[in-house]
Ligand binder design. Structure first.
Ligand code: MSP
Length: 671
């Protein structure tokens, strides 16, 4: 029997329309769900909306609507967004559904029968937006909510209480014996310390508003929104019918493989309250509560008042216009930030990531491989490429293993995915892609194809065969991240069955081998380069320049009649060297990847006699950014770095030694 895997997103509050933070959690869960399906597991993927509570009641009232009308108007925004983002959820739960009311009331009764619920009186500080009570010790200065910083209100009311204190020890024990329960590791320590400060009994009902699920048998009370909301995870499986097939499969009595993906802000509810409710109900605990960090926007907290809320609809619409579509957004979200850490969103970062990884690296490998197989090999993919041949010529160029054992890449990918290290998984794949691009650069198949030598023909087949394998592996392994674009590549590699039906066995990492006779089927480029306005302007300027007569410099640095306007046509930018390596077979040339703000450039410079590659990385330099690209020893150079002096002793123009503090940022114009 296949292994079962249950994955959930938080259910989203409906008092707001979806933004990039919601999109992030959902895309991460979707990538994981798709990956698990790919490796043959039976997956159930749940998302939904959290629709009760005082805040919704108030927001609806403010709009002159009944709560039900209001929530019904917001929910479609979420559903449509998930469709747009290609989210493959199996179910969408709404807490206002009848099945959920039944489930929550049943759980309440179970806890009551267990003796874990009692009636008392609650008095404390309450934050309406967060639906949370706080003690005065927890409040921020000026009686503000410690989570959101807004003013809190003192509330005193009759309330039902859950004996959470009783579960302090069992919960700690569970966390100690299940190291995977809270991820990542740093969050686990945070939760353990929180529990060790002592768990208080929890107020789980309210009488101050009506919009919620009534306490069974005492309709003056509605059930606390977090008890209501968290229960969604089992409602969707059929609770209270624990005999339901779905329930038995995805929440079995022994170790359910259930993963709740959430943001760090709601960790306490998931890693403390939820397991305590489950322990009290005699139900097993989920395997992992996986929390991610928060996105800021260009360094600032995202908020309506700052007007910087990133609307995923708008991002996707723009990417669609560039022919990149939703997959570029999904890729960016998963690649840009290590899961668990906070990240920063900016349009520049999005464009630069898409251009450098997708348009340049993967797009290039795709274009060259498919094109050249068609042109030089009659469209037939070589089925047994000779890796050893390539390894002998370019030792150590395959990532991870100098022996060039390609299976290492998918294996590393699988290990990273297991711990939801999406960015590592992607980085491993893209290292492979760029090493293959290098192999193509240096072996120059276009030259090999003209040769009659057997040796050259064999190398041509080896290079294109390995490239096709890397492309096939990329299409398969990257499909959870970019389902539509990888399907496009998949079809061009000549496969007719849908990629989504592909299953791989992770114990056999050679799934990317080709059968003899596989024919490719060339089609459009999946990732056109995004030409931003500035790039367009630069191009226009450089075209203009190449048409106009050369600037009237007098040789030897004497005074000339170059106008300031002419000088300003030279686009000088501050650049930061990110990578540098020697060009093989040249003692002078160094290939660099340089960050120039909106994009990174590959620049080849004749500075290898005066500088070592290691000494260059991290340096701030001046880049001529609007030169026409040229090829130096077969490698494209997209600009020039400024330097002065003789080739053996030259010095790069820059902004002094030391760290980045005080230096102009990459992309700043040099005038
Ligand atoms: N309704 C509760 C969850 C109940 S789950 C039983 C809730 N909803 S929410 O809509 O406010 O937030 C849902 C998710 O969006 C959370 O995981 C939260 O971390 C995430 N994000 C909201 N803003 C975010 C960012 N700026 N960045 C990343 N994720 C953030 O909480």
């Amino acid at each position: 029997m296949n292994e079962s895997f249950y994955i959930t997103t938080p259910i989203y509050y409906v008092n707001d329309v979806p933004h990039i933070g919601h999109a992030y959690t959902t895309v991460a869960a979707d990538v994981m769900a798709r990956y698990k399906r790919l490796v043959g597991e039976d997956v159930y993927f749940l998302t939904g909306t959290d629709e009760h509570g005082q805040k919704v009641e108030k927001t609806a009232g403010g709009k002159g609507l009944r709560p039900r009308e209001f929530v019904d108007s917001i929910v479609p925004r979420y559903k449509e967004l998930w469709r747009l983002l290609n989210v493959s959820n199996d179910d969408f739960i709404r807490t206002t559904e009848e099945r959920h009311k039944k489930s929550v009331q049943h759980l309440f009764r179970v806890l009551q029968e267990k003796g874990d619920i009692y009636k008392g009186e609650y008095e404390d500080w309450y934050c309406i937006p967060c639906e949370s009570f706080w003690t005065s010790l927890q409040l921020k200065e000026g009686n503000k909510c410690p989570d959101c910083g807004r003013p809190v209100e003192k509330l005193k009311e009759e309330s039902y209480f859950f004996r959470m204190s009783k579960y302090e020890k069992p919960l700690l024990e569970h966390i100690e014996t299940h190291p995977d329960f809270v991820g990542p590791e740093s969050r686990r320590n945070e939760i353990v310390s929180f529990i060790k400060t002592g768990l208080r009994d929890l107020s789980i009902s309210r009488t101050t508003f009506k919009w919620g699920i009534p306490v069974p048998g005492d309709e003056r009370h509605v059930i606390y929104v977090w008890l209501d909301a968290l229960t969604n995870y089992i409602t969707a499986l059929g609770y209270p019918n624990t005999d339901d097939e779905k329930f038995k499969k995805f929440w079995p009595e022994e170790n359910p493989v259930a993963v709740h993906v959430i943001g760090k802000d709601i960790l306490r509810f998931h890693a403390v309250y939820w397991p305590c409710f489950l322990l009290a109900a005699g139900l097993p605990l989920p395997k992992t509560i996986m929390s991610h960090g928060w996105w800021t926007i260009e360094g600032e907290k995202m908020s309506k008042s700052r007007g910087n809320v990133v609307d995923p609809y708008a991002v996707v619409e723009e990417l669609d216009r560039h022919g990149i579509g939703v997959d570029g957004f999904r890729y960016f979200l998963m690649r840009e930030v290590p899961f668990g850490l906070d990240g920063d969103y900016s349009r520049e970062a999005l464009v630069s990531r898409i251009n450098s990884d997708l348009a340049n690296d993967l797009g290039n490998l795709h274009f060259r491989t498919v094109n050249m197989i068609e042109k030089y090999l009659g469209g037939e993919v070589p089925d047994k490429p000779d890796y050893e041949k390539i390894n002998r010529m370019y030792p150590g160029w395959f990532p991870l293993k100098p022996s060039g054992d390609l299976a290492a890449v998918p294996m590393f990918f699988n290990i990273s995915m297991k711990s939801m290290s999406f960015n590592n998984a992607l980085q491993g794949m893209f290292d492979w892609v760029s090493s293959l691009n290098k192999v193509i650069d240096y072996s120059a198949p276009w030259t090999l194809a003209k040769s009659d030598k057997e040796e050259d023909k064999a190398l041509l087949k080896a290079v294109l065969g390995v490239s096709a394998q890397a492309l096939k592996a990329s299409a398969v392994l990257l499909s959870p991240f970019m389902p539509s674009k990888m399907q496009m590549i998949w079809e061009q590699l000549g496969h007719t069955e849908p990629l989504s039906s592909m299953r791989i066995d992770i114990t056999n990492p050679y799934f990317f081998i080709y059968e003899k006779g596989q024919k490719i089927k060339r089609g459009p480029a999946p990732f056109p380069r995004i030409e931003t306005e500035r790039i367009k302007a630069l191009k226009a300027a450089s075209e203009q320049k190449s048409k106009s007569p050369q600037p009237p410099f007098d040789k030897g640095g004497q005074k000339g009649d170059l106008s300031i306007d002419d000088f300003m046509k030279v686009d000088l930018r501050v650049g930061k060297i990110l990578e540098a390596e020697r060009v093989p077979k040249s003692d002078k040339l160094i290939k660099m990847r340089i960050d120039i703000g909106e994009e990174t450039r590959q620049i080849v410079g004749g500075i290898g006699k005066a500088y070592s590659p290691e000494g260059l990385v991290g340096r701030t330099v001046v880049v001529v950014a609007n030169l026409k690209p040229v090829r130096l020893m077969g490698i494209e150079s997209q600009g020039m770095v400024l330097a002065a002096g003789d080739v053996n002793t030259l010095k790069l123009a820059g902004f002094g030694a030391g760290d980045d503090a005080g230096k102009p940022a990459p992309g700043t114009r040099v005038k």
